[in-house]
Write a protein that binds this ligand. Structure first.
Ligand SMILES: Cc1ncc(COP(=O)(O)O)c(C=O)c1O
Length: 408
């Protein structure tokens, strides 16, 4: 019989955060080994539980949430998102400009399927959260990576980005704060992205899922504040700051020049209709999570001095950077560290194989930098969600391992 093959659409589509490295970790677990997992930004399993009122909102909604909703989402959720942006200094996002999805992930997929034709180009940061590159590829487009400069706090150079624009370029992605680097874009840089998008008529797609996870007084700037002449799509949701990644509650908010985009927006509505609606019970958590009184959801305290997220970031950063040959930019946001292993001391050729060897030797699971579309095989991504004792144990084992493979 003919073998059953995957579609050709999947060739070149990669998502290494849950790829072969994780499979090897699962194999080791089946053999009875305990694995320290520093690979996925999933707050709840690390004891970062959601504020109880968010959980309660979903529970109370269950009886009334049995039917499909409007495909854009229930009105109270879309109103709450609209009010949230107005209060954040982004006026003019009407509830009808909001589409609720099963997490930001679903909205990234829908938007790119609706926008991208075969051969279209989308400018994506390198490194990126790899779903962006994967979904551009799956949509038939080409992810053109603009480099973020580690020696400049992982900030990209706008002139270099502009040089990558071609007649096929249709959109540009900003991930702010970034996963995996944790870099927070300055207001000036965000304005620069907006004016570049406007000059070239590009759709500006701003992934702001980590907008409230900020350290050391870092300030987050909404791209939508600066876009008038072109279309801006802002992505966010409850998975990270509100710690309910499993509820699958996210959204895209549409702003800027919608008249220029009526055809695309019809396509996006068609795709939203085709998948009926997002998970309805979770949508009921959105108005509660975004109500002005619970807006912080305790995330500010977790990120402030003495807060768990901040302390774990600091401890992990100090431990990693005390390893000879390891350097790491201190992230201003998000929940990751993206250290560099000096290629002179660690001449890594295949970083996925390196991470699998490291996993087998230490039983610590991290992700390789190339999994985030970095050009060079010299970075690892750590999640800073585990407790200080777990981070200390994990990084201690990694330090010992690096001692054994370092070229002297
Ligand atoms: C930058 C970024 N965008 C989007 C997502 C997906 O979020 P969601 O849980 O809302 O699908 C993640 C998850 O890690 C992320 O890091």
């Amino acid at each position: 019989m003919r073998s059953i093959t995957q579609s050709r659409k999947l060739s070149g589509v990669r998502y290494d955060v849950r790829g072969p490295i994780l499979q090897e970790a699962e194999r080791l677990e089946r053999e009875g080994h305990a694995i320290l997992k520093l690979n996925i930004g999933n707050p709840a399993p690390f004891g970062f539980e959601a504020p109880p009122e968010i959980v309660e909102a979903l529970r109370l909604a269950l009886p009334a949430a049995q039917g499909y909703s409007d495909s854009r989402g229930i009105l109270p959720a879309r109103e709450a998102v609209s009010r949230f942006y107005a209060d954040e200094g982004v006026p003019g996002i009407h509830p009808d400009d909001v589409i609720i999805g099963n997490g930001v992930s679903e909205m990234i997929s829908l938007v790119l399927q609706a926008l991208v034709d075969d051969g279209d180009e989308i400018l994506v940061p390198s490194p990126d959260y790899p779903l962006w590159t994967a979904q551009v590829t799956l949509s038939g487009g080409r992810a053109v990576h603009y480099p973020c400069d580690e020696s400049n706090g992982w900030m990209p150079d706008l002139e270099a980005i502009e040089a990558l624009v071609t007649p096929r370029t249709k959109g540009i992605v900003l991930i702010n704060p970034n996963n995996p680097t944790g870099a927070v874009s300055s207001a000036e840089l965000v304005r620069g992205f907006a004016s570049l998008a406007e000059r070239h008529g590009l759709v500006l797609m701003s992934d702001e899922i980590y907008e409230k996870i900020l350290y050391d007084g870092a300030a987050h700037e909404h791209a939508a504040r600066h876009v008038a002449d072109t279309l801006c799509l802002t992505f966010s949701g409850l998975s990270k700051a509100q710690r309910v990644a499993g509820y699958r509650a996210g959204w895209v908010a549409i702003s800027g020049n919608r008249e220029r985009a009526t055809d695309f927006l019809e396509g996006l509505t068609l795709l939203a209709n085709m998948r009926m609606c997002a998970n309805v019970p979770a949508q009921h958590a959105i108005p509660v999570a975004l109500a002005p009184e619970s807006r912080g959801s305790g995330i500010g305290e977790l990120c402030a001095p003495g807060g768990r997220l901040r302390e774990q970031r600091d401890v992990a950063h100090a431990l990693l950077t005390s390893i000879p040959g390891v350097t790491c930019e201190l992230p201003g946001g998000a929940m990751y560290l993206f250290p560099r292993l000096d290629p002179e001391q660690f001449p890594i050729i295949d970083d996925q194989a390196f991470v699998i060897d490291l996993l087998r030797a230490t039983h610590v699971l991290v992700t390789n930098g190339r999994g985030f579309n970095l050009a060079t095989p010299d970075h690892l991504r750590f999640v800073t969600l585990p407790s200080v004792p777990v981070l200390t144990e994990a990084i201690g084992r990694i330090a010992e391992y690096l001692d054994t493979v370092r070229v002297r």
